[in-house]
Design a protein around this ligand. Structure first.
Ligand SMILES: Cc1cc2nc3c(=O)[nH]c(=O)nc-3n(C[C@H](O)[C@H](O)[C@H](O)COP(=O)(O)O)c2cc1C
Length: 447
């Protein structure tokens, strides 16, 4: 269905539009379940709100948290969310997506330690509990730009990506030895993450970054391409490495793309000859293996923010107008998450992409939880725009529509322009001047 911008006055209007496009995800009138405590092994999550990982591109050159990083996380700490899923943190310098991406190393560990302690202390002071903080461990793969110039590390030649972003030479294709060497890095990252005070590590396998790209490396020869076993090797071994390095109750989890949104042979979660239609057969097999390894927390996501961002985060405006209605994107994400959660009811599954639904999102989140479609509800863009929404919900039973994210993609645009990322619409004081500066710089560059 044709794209439309957000114009709904109430939940009934959203339900009607969902029904027009095919089906309406469950909606709850009462959102009380969002404050339920959830058990995760020895851990207790104090409510069902998750601040999704949102990269701020505001670290120091060495990869330590800087002033704006601290500001973002203290806002998240004050939000009262049960889980803060810390943004993508590189596990090797060459895997950083930009020179200001966070990088956990012996050099930066002390600064991470201070920040984690401050997040927990702030939350305890305000809410009486510390959120669980999960570190997202990443290698940016094709998007690597550790210093000033792009230095892509790719799994295979990806025609859909490279149509607009060609990469000359073959040295960018990661060798089997280089991939093998990375497996151990997940163990090292686990040890460091635990030392600095994180509660868990996410072996990131989403959004087109290296581990996720490998899942569709059907055409790659060697140990990391071709068969399901080979394509999932780095991910599975990274997870094993994390489990064997983790001590005690340290959580090992993943943010997993269950569907990439590209046709075979360029995407995971599709079948040969069936275009972009999701096929979760392999994804479910992979989730089964993660379950067997002992993983009980999983954050389900989809799409690729560089090529088909509307799949990952349905929006009103972005770099292009998608062919589909934003609610179709939400329904797809909801169906994918539901499939995983229903197959593994004792896993704690995090649902993604609720922010588009603005002040009505909590009713869809509570509906999804009550229907057994997910256990926790993740909020990404809304957390940049309006991290106080959880408190407002608790105090007033509703969110303030004027403070909600308007899914304008400015936060991503800031990232792509090479500046820091934040909400220049609802957190104007800090981010509007930075946005304007980046636009002016880009225009000067284009003259
Ligand atoms: C500026 C920006 C930065 C993001 N950074 C990350 C990240 O570091 N790791 C990740 O897994 N997802 C990242 N995402 C994706 C979000 O976590 C989330 O999946 C997406 O925005 C859809 O959820 P929402 O509708 O609640 O915003 C980012 C998204 C944006 C817009």
């Amino acid at each position: 269905m044709k794209h439309e911008t957000f114009h709904y006055e109430n939940i009934e209007a959203i339900k009607a539009k969902f029904n027009e496009i095919g089906a309406c995800p469950p909606v709850a009138e009462n959102i009380g379940t969002l404050w339920d405590e959830v058990s995760l092994g020895a851990h207790s999550l104090k409510n069902r709100f998750v601040i999704q990982p949102m990269e701020g591109c505001d670290g120091t050159k060495a990869g330590a948290p800087d002033e704006l990083t601290k500001r973002r996380y203290l806002r998240f700490a004050e939000s009262g969310a049960g889980v803060i899923w810390f943004e993508a943190v590189a596990i090797v310098h060459e895997g950083r997506a930009n020179p200001r991406q966070l990088y956990l190393s012996s050099e930066t560990a002390e600064e991470f330690k201070k920040l984690i302690a401050e997040i927990k202390e702030t939350a305890i002071q305000k809410h009486g509990f510390a959120p669980k903080i999960i570190m997202q461990a990443t290698h940016s793969g094709r998007q690597s730009r550790p210093d000033d110039a792009p230095k892509p590390v790719i799994a295979y030649r990806h025609a859909l990506y490279e149509k607009t972003r060609p990469i000359p030479g073959d040295e960018c294709i990661a060798s089997d030895d280089a991939l093998k060497a990375l497996e151990e890095k997940f163990a090292e990252a686990t040890v460091l993450a635990q030392e600095v005070g994180f509660d868990g590590i996410d072996v990131k396998c989403c959004h087109g970054y290296l581990l996720n790209e490998l899942l569709s490396a059907y055409t790659r020869p060697g140990l990391y391409g071709g068969s399901f076993e080979n394509r999932t090797r780095l991910f599975r071994n990274g997870v094993d490495a994390a489990f064997s390095a983790a001590k005690g109750d340290f959580i090992v989890t993943s943010r997993l793309n269950i569907y990439d949104g590209f046709p075979y042979p360029f995407g995971f979660g599709v079948k040969e000859g069936e275009g972009n239609t999701p096929d979760l057969t392999e994804g479910m097999k992979l989730v089964g293996e993660l379950y067997q390894k002992g993983m009980r927390l999983l954050n389900i996501t989809a799409g690729n923010p560089y090529v088909n961002p509307h799949v990952n985060r349905p929006y009103d405006s972005g770099g292009y107008m998608p062919e589909e209605h934003p609610l179709e994107g939400i329904l797809r994400m909801s169906n994918c998450t539901e499939t995983v959660q229903k197959a593994y009811p004792d896993m704690v599954i995090v649902g993604s992409a609720f922010s588009y639904l603005r002040q009505f999102a909590p009713h869809f989140a509570a509906g999804a939880i009550e229907n057994g479609n997910c256990t926790l509800a993740g909020f990404g863009r809304q957390s940049f725009a309006y991290p106080q929404f959880i408190e407002d919900l608790k105090k007033n039973g509703e969110m303030n529509p004027k403070k909600c994210c308007v899914s304008c993609s400015s936060c991503s645009k800031m990232m792509r322009m090479g500046t820091v990322a934040g909400c220049m619409v609802k957190d104007q004081e800090v981010y509007l001047p930075l946005y304007r500066e980046a636009v002016a710089k880009q225009e000067r560059g284009n003259v």
